[in-house]
Design a protein around this ligand. Structure first.
Ligand code: HMG
Ligand code: MG
Length: 324
């Protein structure tokens, strides 16, 4: 079992999408550049959803333009970089992390692919839910309608050689439907696998990202959830934890022991899905990447992250989100 753990920072997307302050594009770009310098493996930089539904990320194109320039600048200094997916093991490898963006449908994919010509090869983050109620709130569609949208998107990502992750939200509980039985997550992943196969995409090529959208998981929940999946599936799996009860770091330790080697965090612990808000109560923030990386290191595993640079990026993320 490898000792290297992959870290994705989703602060520029999941972290900022729910913030009320008007955050200027150049601050978002600086956050992305600081995260890239901290040594994380992947940064989810923005979202190509309907701008009216998530106004905070309506500047997705402008963010990507700036990041395309940044990548070009790094290329000029570091020489030719592997295109598309960054090196899975950054130390001594790629000078840049993978950059990914949230995509809900073909229109979102068109917007992401447009940056290919500008030298920015984005990884595509699709999202679905294990809970019907959240699926409708978040995507205006049932689980099976979302999968129907995925079909052509998956096929086109394969043709364009774009790596894909698929989030499965509410993998532990739903803000509207309550606890999610692990079998329901299994069923959602089976449906995803069928969609992928029907569109000529090998399910094994998709990174599965199981999300505790409302941050209520306890270690036993993680054990019960992962029990539904084979070691081979766990190998291509990421865990996306929000942190409401302060038990996310314990969940990370449990997941490591069960073979998970990839986690998401958000610098500064920002974030939450605007469509997971109930009764005026704001959706819970993501597990902070600093807490995540410390938990991973303390458990005896390695990352490519420089904690000091990450702490600075976390403070910067907090400042830009709260200086409105
Ligand atoms: P819909 O409302 O069903 O849209 O959107 P539609 O297909 O009926 O189209 C209506 C109009 O929207 C059309 O424009 C489309 O062109 C336009 P019109 O012809 O009326 O002028 N449109 C778009 N425009 C730009 N980009 C697009 C796009 N798609 C349609 N991609 C959709 C369905 C899913 C797109 C919409 O409901 C949406 O954008 N929802 C936002 C969902 C979201 O961003 N949620 C937060 C992120 S998910 C999350 O946080 C969870 C996660 O972190 C994991 C976890 O923790 O659980 C990932
Ligand atoms: Mg999330």
């Amino acid at each position: 079992m490898p000792n290297r753990v992959r870290i994705t920072d989703v602060a520029p997307r999941d972290g900022l999408q729910n913030e009320a302050a008007n955050i200027p594009t150049h601050h978002k770009v600086e956050l992305i550049e600081r995260l890239a310098a901290s040594g994380v493996d992947e940064v989810e930089i923005t979202s190509f959803v309907r701008p009216e539904r998530v106004p905070q990320l309506a500047d997705a194109e402008r963010v990507c333009e700036e990041i395309a320039d940044f990548v070009e600048g790094v290329r000029m200094v570091a020489g030719e970089l592997p295109r598309g997916i960054g090196c899975p093991d950054r130390p001594g490898g790629s000078a840049l992390p993978v950059f990914s963006a949230l995509v809900p449908n073909e229109k979102g994919l068109d917007r992401a692919i447009a940056f290919h010509e500008r030298g920015l090869d984005l990884k595509v983050s699709l999202f679905m839910s294990a809970s019907e109620a959240f699926s409708r709130k978040n995507t205006n569609a049932s689980i099976s309608e979302v999968l129907t949208r995925f079909g052509p998107v998956l096929e086109r990502t394969r043709e364009a050689n774009m790596p894909v992750r698929v989030y499965v939200s509410c993998a532990v509980a739903c803000p509207f439907d309550g606890p999610t039985p692990p079998e329901r997550v299994r069923k959602a992943v089976n449906m995803l696998n069928e969609t992928a196969t029907a569109n000529n995409v090998p399910p094994d090529s998709i990174e599965l990202d199981l999300a505790d959208t409302i941050g209520v998981a306890r270690p036993d929940d993680i054990t019960a959830l992962l029990d539904e999946f084979s070691p081979r599936e766990i190998q291509r799996m990421t865990l996306h934890l929000h942190d409401t009860n302060g038990s996310a770091a314990d969940c990370v330790r449990t997941a490591l022991a069960l073979g998970i080697r990839s986690f998401d965090g958000a610098a500064g612990g920002l974030g939450g899905c605007p469509y997971a808000t109930v009764e005026g109560q704001r959706a819970p923030g993501n597990l902070s990447t600093q807490t995540l990386v410390r938990a991973v290191h303390d458990a005896g595993y390695q990352t490519g992250v420089d904690l000091e640079l990450l702490e600075e990026a976390g403070r910067f993320a907090w400042d830009i989100a709260h200086s409105g």
